[in-house]
Structure formats: structure tokens, C-alpha cells
Write a protein that binds this ligand. Sequence first.
Ligand code: CO
Length: 137
Amino acid sequence: MLVSPDLDHLGIAVRDLDAACQFYTALGFAVEGREEVAHEQVRVAMLPLGAGPARIELLQPTAAGSAVGRFLEKRGEGLHHVALRVPDLQAAMARLQAMGVRLVKDEIQIGAGGHRYVFVHPASAGGVLLELVEAKR
Ligand code: CO
């Protein structure tokens, strides 16, 4: 039987990562794992929600033409994607692809913190950019 996915993180697009970190720090969040993900052209900060492991992921683009840069230009700052954690990413992808679900890229990517992920296109996910993250084994 399939396991119900956990919330892994909420991806929020921001123009100024330092200012956003300051805002969330004032709410009591701790900033963990700041890093740059070169192939996504973003600077990322991870902020655990409560006792974790769910997090807020703040994303600042490093290039205007990047995916997050274009999002900011079109829609402004805001919720960019929802990430769910699945036990077996390859199996989840295969099930979705067999249903004709559109993925943003058909190969598994490696992101912040070395986690494996794919994005499901909003056109196939009720208008939500859905990231599937593999649970660390
Ligand atoms: Co993400």
C-alpha cells in the first residue's frame, strides 16, 4: 500500500533573502542550510517548521531569466511550490508518468542538501507547482 506523503517544505520566492530571513527570524524561525543551487540559479535558506522535519524554503533568484526570477517578475513574491516527501521517487515518477502526468523535467535532480527531487508541472497538479522529494534512506 502507498504511504501518504509528508509535507517536506513550502518554497517561497523572495527578492531579498537576507530581509526574508530577518522576517522569519522575528517569528522565531531558525535559519539553517543557506546555500546556492547553481543549476536552479537560486540562493536558498531552509527554516525548520516547529520540531521539523518540514521546512520553509526561501528562494532568491541569482539570475533574472531563471525559473524563480521569471516567477518573481510575473507574479511577485509569494508561494512558489509545495514539496511532498515520498519514500521512493523513481516509483512515484513511474506511476505518474504512466497516467500521463507532465513533469517539468523527466530526470531526477539533486537539490539543496543533496536531496533528490522532481517537479510536477502545475498543469498536471491542479495549478500547484508540486515538488516530490525523496525521503533520505
Ligand atoms: Co523546493
